[in-house]
Design a protein around this ligand. Structure first.
Ligand SMILES: *[C@@H]1O[C@H](CO)[C@@H](O)[C@H](O)[C@H]1NC(C)=O
Ligand SMILES: *[C@@H]1O[C@H](CO)[C@@H](O)[C@H](O)[C@H]1NC(C)=O
Ligand SMILES: *[C@@H]1O[C@H](CO)[C@@H](O)[C@H](O)[C@H]1NC(C)=O
Ligand SMILES: *[C@@H]1O[C@H](CO)[C@@H](O)[C@H](O)[C@H]1NC(C)=O
Length: 309
């Protein structure tokens, strides 16, 4: 059954969970709430989890960081359903392109889908530029393409040149039906600052003792300038296009000072940049799912109405 009203779109997904989205609700504004039913999957059941994100295997013993759900202020997210995710994307290819944060999100999504479709045929291929997990029974591929800057770096006579107007890699990205870009810390010439001070925790220089998120909806030092620029450019230049959407996860991720591997990773170095999987990147993918569900409903208002009730 589908109910369409001017203020609310109510739709029912596979397991009859209701998704109530208030029009105009910004799902990126909200807070983290404790939810005993989390995490969305057990990282021990994901066979291709990489050692940089496998916090439990490499010694993280607290588990509260796994138990937070993102709660938007003005609406609820649809319950994450990996099989539904693959039904929506049947026959399609998703490419994550960017730095290791894209790898982090790719890892989370491949594990989420793997554990939701347990026992189905999943294949894994990789070459120097692309790593692809294919869910054969659903005809869905999830790929990761490494690109630190998105734009090209080329070697010229006098050295390496960052070419802001060159996107030769873009040829390969054209294979994608859904392309998810990210780039961030490689643009900081002196590297990213160690946090601590930003969390109002004097003397703290790394994330090793962090077991709780920041409370509230805003980060003490505000939204980083780079994120503001991206937002403004997208809204002023391509706002009319329905095919570009900003997964605006900067603030909600910054609040999760408890979500980093710290030294619980296969390299043992202090890592306060990436995120444990399972963990915060699952929410990035949950928001991606919410966006897909919304677009699918706009495309075909009957999509969720007939099949499985
Ligand atoms: C899984 O899918 C691949 C590609 O279609 C196929 O070659 C392989 O035989 C399948 N494996 C199983 C166990 O069905
Ligand atoms: C890597 O794999 C992708 C996807 O299968 C393919 O398009 C690309 O040409 C391959 N690159 C190399 C260097 O083999
Ligand atoms: C992390 O910070 C703690 C103090 O909060 C300190 O004792 C420890 O040496 C730091 N570790 C690294 C690798 O910086
Ligand atoms: C995008 O928007 C910015 C800010 O409004 C403007 O300065 C710029 O010229 C626009 N770029 C394009 C390609 O339209």
């Amino acid at each position: 059954m589908l109910v369409l009203a001017s203020l609310y779109v109510v739709l029912y997904t596979g397991l009859c969970s209701a998704y109530v989205k208030q029009k105009g609700c910004n799902v990126y504004e909200g807070k983290w709430v404790y939810d005993e039913s989390y995490p969305l999957f057990n990282s021990k059941k994901c066979p291709f989890i990489r050692k940089e994100f496998d916090c439990i295997k490499y010694g993280r013993s607290d588990d509260q960081y796994l138990k937070y759900r993102w709660q938007p202020n003005d609406c609820d997210l649809p319950r994450f359903d990996g099989v539904e995710f693959m039904r929506i994307l049947k026959g399609k290819k998703v490419i994550f392109t960017g730095d290791s944060i894209s790898l982090n999100q790719w890892q989370s999504l491949t594990c989420l889908l793997y554990t939701s479709s347990y026992g189905s045929n999943v294949t894994h291929e990789a070459n120097e530029s692309m790593s692809t997990v294919t869910f054969q029974d659903y005809g869905v591929s999830i790929a990761y393409f490494t690109s630190h800057y998105l734009v090209d770096i080329e070697t010229e006579q006098f050295g390496r040149v960052l070419k802001l107007d060159s996107l030769k890699n873009g040829e390969l990205w054209k294979q994608a039906d859904v392309l998810i870009f990210n780039t961030w810390l490689w643009w900081y010439r002196r590297g990213i600052k160690q946090p601590g001070a930003e969390w109002n925790e004097p003397g703290v220089r790394n994330c090793s003792k962090e077991t709780r998120p920041l409370t509230g909806s805003t980060y003490p030092t505000g939204v980083p300038l780079a994120a503001k620029v991206v937002k403004e450019t997208l809204s002023s230049n391509i706002s009319s296009s329905n095919s570009v959407h900003l997964l605006d996860i900067t603030t909600l991720s910054q609040l999760r000072k408890d979500g980093h591997p710290s030294t619980s990773n296969g390299y043992k170095g202090m890592d306060c940049t990436h995120w444990c999987v399972a963990g915060v990147p699952d929410t990035w993918n949950h928001l991606l799912y919410a966006q897909l569900v919304q677009q699918q409903t706009e495309l075909d208002p009957d999509y969720f109405s007939s099949d499985y009730m």
